[in-house]
Design a protein around this ligand. Structure first.
Ligand code: VGL
Ligand code: ZN
Length: 193
């Protein structure tokens, strides 16, 4: 099956930031390998005039997500730092809608919809289908996908443009299964016209 991208579609690129790539503060193994694939999706969505969204983890220095503040993770994606920038190889068009999340020091927010205006923004411009890829599969990608389903978007997981951490082996597999069980559909570049 081939999908023709329309103006009712949105590409949502989750957290492809320096800190989540090899060499960063919270590296996803091979996280940078998805960038050329995402660039190809971007090209197709750009050509179709579809919406392109990039979410970014955008923590204050005292965020609850950090081990230093009771959380699970080393400090990462601190607002305004180099680690919080989008990866320099990711070719985001000028018109990309940037969504900053997890900005409240007291709240973890893995989903791009959590505490942001993303859902109303997409509804407002008539988006019905969302195509989601990025980092990391079992955290921010998964939570963004599940929220997209809850908000009523037809939701596609870009199977060739996600990478996970797998803190416990099997986490990534379970996350993918969970997303599919809850109604997401898998898709790859070869399924896009
Ligand atoms: C993420 C852990 C902590 C993610 C963000 O983008 O998946 N993971 N903060
Ligand atoms: Zn984070």
């Amino acid at each position: 099956m081939k999908f023709r991208i329309s103006r009712e579609d949105a590409l949502i690129i989750v957290d492809v930031q320096v800190d989540f790539c090899p060499g960063g503060a919270l590296p996803v193994p091979d996280g940078d390998k998805i960038i050329p694939v995402l660039n190809e999706y971007i090209r197709k969505f750009e050509e179709a005039g579809a919406v392109i969204v990039a979410t970014r983890d955008w923590h204050p220095p005292n965020h609850i997500s950090f081990k230093t503040h009771g959380g699970l993770w080393p400090p990462h994606c601190i607002q305004g730092t180099r680690g919080a920038e989008f990866h320099p190889n990711l070719r985001l068009p000028e018109r990309t809608i940037v969504i900053s999340k997890a900005t409240d020091p007291l709240k973890e927010a893995y989903s791009g919809f959590e505490g942001t205006n993303l859902a109303s923004l997409l509804k407002g411009i008539g988006v019905r289908r969302v195509f989601i890829g990025g980092l990391a599969t079992e955290y921010c990608v998964k939570n963004t996908v599940l929220d997209a389903i809850k908000y009523g978007f037809e939701t596609f997981l870009l199977e060739d443009a996600i990478k996970g951490i797998d803190v416990n082996p099997g986490d990534v597999e379970r996350a993918i299964k969970d997303m599919l069980d809850k109604g997401a559909r898998k898709i790859t570049l070869i399924n896009m016209k």
